[in-house]
Design a protein. Structure first.
Lengths: 139, 88
């Protein structure tokens, strides 16, 4: 039985259909991974950083993304910052790939932290927890 | 703009943020048992390029962040800031 059919029967919302969302490691690798290296292998080539990406997975088998997570990129010196705008969460790295991996990790950490502490959250964090629950589900 | 790991740690100590070690150092600010703000810093990085991001997570403006990093922002003053912003 197809996975999508199984999910439908389980009463879960359908998986994300956005054609722009990054939903696999393979697609993830297609993103620019231009190094901003230092020392050996240093490149003087200009680094091209995408303005934003839609993230369809968070690199954690426990969680499934149902609504693409918008990630904005900025460059700060030698670092790339990846910002998950809806969650006010950030990651960084020496290239886009590292920054994305870091923000994915941060989102997972945020999800399980807020889930554990949901009874003690102030208003702002309750909002973030609400958004997380809408966009990400436990498998 | 970068923030040094030790500056982050001073800020955490000064504002009395609670912390937990994970892959990163997670820090959150509690008032009366409620978690109001939270942030994190990567371990192993001396210079963190996310001062702006950490400032946003702590709900501080640039001036207030300067004070926080200069250790002149007290916990009570921070509570006042959060109250002014309607977060408490």
């Amino acid at each position: 039985m197809a996975t999508a059919t199984k999910i439908k029967q389980m009463g879960q919302p359908p998986a994300i259909q956005s054609p722009e969302a990054v939903t696999s490691d393979e697609e993830f690798r297609k993103l620019l991974v231009t190094p901003v290296s230092r020392g050996y292998g240093k490149t003087d080539q200009p680094v091209t950083v995408p303005h934003q990406a839609l993230l369809g997975f968070v690199r954690d088998g426990r969680l499934r993304v149902y609504s693409p997570i918008r990630v904005k990129f900025t460059q700060e010196g030698q670092h790339i910052i990846a910002e998950a705008v809806e969650f006010n969460e950030f990651g960084f790295g020496e290239n886009v790939s590292e920054a994305l991996t870091d923000v994915q990790h941060a989102i997972v950490e945020l999800y399980f932290t807020l889930e554990k502490e949901q009874e003690r959250l102030g208003g702002d964090l309750q909002n973030v927890w609400g958004k997380l629950q809408k966009m990400i589900h436990v498998r | 703009m970068t923030i040094k790991a030790h500056e982050f740690d001073h800020l955490v100590a000064k504002l009395e943020l609670k912390t937990r070690n994970s892959k990163d150092l997670l820090a959150w600010f509690e008032v009366d048992g409620k978690i109001i703000t939270r942030t994190r810093r990567s371990k192993g990085s001396r210079d963190l390029p996310m001062q702006h991001s950490i400032r946003q997570q702590l709900k501080l403006n640039e001036q207030q962040m300067k004070k926080a990093l200069g250790c002149t922002l007290t916990r009570n003053a921070y509570i006042d800031i959060l109250r002014t912003k309607g977060l408490l």
